[in-house]
Design a protein around this ligand. Structure first.
Ligand code: ZN
Length: 258
């Protein structure tokens, strides 16, 4: 769809975590045994008439470490989501749409600070988040496959009147489109396609962790729901996008900030 406005994307770092490098690459091809420090990114889209936020970070580091057991998580005052919006001239109440790429704990943890936003979520993702098929013996992921029961309770509780469930691909405003990648990183992971001046930019959630490995070389990342679906997703993303924004790669901040 043609539109005259120029859309811009601002990465916002909401925190940091130390995780196994193995998560970047499909296990059988990975020789990585080390740990890597990754950012936990949200994204602000400006120029669409109303400000749009994609993902919201996690609720607090202690809770993430205790429940998810993934390794150290950190926050800093300057990484506070509301603080960073302030630097963009925005208050939480200005945000009209929050698009959630998926409902893992580090992507939807601050939804309750946005009193006026509609929350755009794929129905398949909420279904999975509400009732994940997690083995009770699993040591990581809070026995809920990285969905935080508390975040999901807030979404289906106090925020429910403002939740917009979608089922497939949908344009939210001209130039900003949600694209469902069913059974890729999660059952209802969605990418957000943003028509920028230079071409289509894709906010990937966690479908991709590392652009060089997962997009350019088409090697699946370590965490996927269904391998064939993930492979199909990576092929379509490479074809559709010009600029790629994964949620956990410092390269995004280096490349696309300032
Ligand atoms: Zn995730």
């Amino acid at each position: 769809m043609h539109h005259s406005k120029s859309l811009e994307i601002y990465p916002i770092n909401t925190g940091e975590a130390d995780v196994k490098k193995m998560l970047d690459v499909f296990w059988s091809l990975s020789t990585e045994t080390g740990t890597v420090t990754v950012p936990l990114l949200a994204f602000l889209i400006k120029g669409a008439g109303v400000p749009i936020l994609v993902d919201t970070g996690f609720s607090n580091p202690e809770r993430a470490m205790e429940i998810m057991r993934l390794g150290p998580h950190r926050t800093k005052p300057e990484w506070d989501l509301a603080e960073q919006l302030k630097k963009q001239g925005l208050k939480p109440e200005d945000i009209q749409y929050v698009i959630l790429t998926h409902l893992h704990y580090e992507h939807c943890g601050k939804c309750d600070i946005f009193p006026n936003a509609k929350f755009i979520i794929q129905k398949a993702e909420l279904d999975e988040a509400a009732a994940p098929l997690a083995p009770a013996a699993l040591d990581v992921g809070g026995k809920a496959l990285f969905y935080d029961r508390q975040d999901i309770a807030i979404i289906v509780g106090e925020l429910w009147d403002r939740v917009v469930l979608i089922n497939g691909d949908e344009e939210i405003v001209p130039g900003v489109k949600c694209v469902l990648y069913r059974n890729s990183h999660t059952p209802g992971s969605q990418a957000v396609y943003v028509e920028t001046e230079g071409g289509t930019a894709i906010l990937l959630g966690d479908i991709v962790r590392n652009v060089h490995l997962n997009i350019e070389q088409q090697i699946p990342p370590g965490l996927y729901y269904d391998l064939r679906s993930m492979q199909a997703a990576l092929a379509k993303l490479r074809k559709d996008g010009k600029f790629f924004y994964p949620a956990h790669d410092y390269e995004v901040l280096r490349k696309f900030t300032g």
